[in-house]
Design a protein around this ligand. Structure first.
Ligand code: HEC
Length: 131
């Protein structure tokens, strides 16, 4: 009985701290986005059609999340990719970002311009992705 009360008492704090850490990550991600991504993908995340793919409502980003993280970590993506029905055949340079920075940028990207993702990408999620 006593443990139920303990769980009821602490669970709101756990839930609160999780949403809070997502909010902090998104905030950090926004300023990193402005430093590293905005010149190509634009402030509204729409990219430049046919040259730079959009991140806003990007089907590619949500379907190939691991591939997207890999591209941010190591540079990429090789070959033609199709984003929202438009072909892109270019390559992103490696930007020298740390894993925690990539996680923050992903959390910002996945939760901006109408994008919504329920989970938080962590530094560990980025860390386990290999070339
Ligand atoms: C020099 C321009 C440039 C910069 C800077 C850049 N990108 Fe890209 N990005 C591209 C291009 C070009 C592609 C398409 C690659 C291809 O054709 O294979 C791409 C593809 C992507 C994709 C996968 C396709 C999609 O639209 O979902 C993601 C995700 C992405 N970029 C995120 C980022 C993020 C986040 C940053 C900042 C850390 C960033 N990019 C910085 C040019 C850039």
């Amino acid at each position: 009985m006593k443990s139920i009360f303990i769980i009821l008492f602490i669970s709101p704090f756990i839930i609160y701290s999780q949403t809070d850490s997502l909010a902090i990550s998104i905030k950090n991600g926004k300023s990193l986005y402005e430093d590293f991504c905005v010149r190509c993908h634009m402030p509204n995340g729409k990219g430049q059609e046919g040259i730079i793919p959009p991140l806003a409502k990007s089907d590619f980003l949500f379907k190939h999340m691991e591939e997207s993280i890999k591209a941010l970590k190591f540079g990429g993506i090789d070959g033609v990719i199709i984003v929202n029905g438009v072909k892109y055949d270019s390559r992103m340079e490696k930007m020298g970002l740390y894993d925690d920075e990539i996680a923050d940028i992903m959390n910002y990207t996945l939760n901006s311009w109408g994008n919504k993702y329920n989970e938080r990408i962590t530094e560990k999620d980025v860390n386990v992705i290999k070339k």
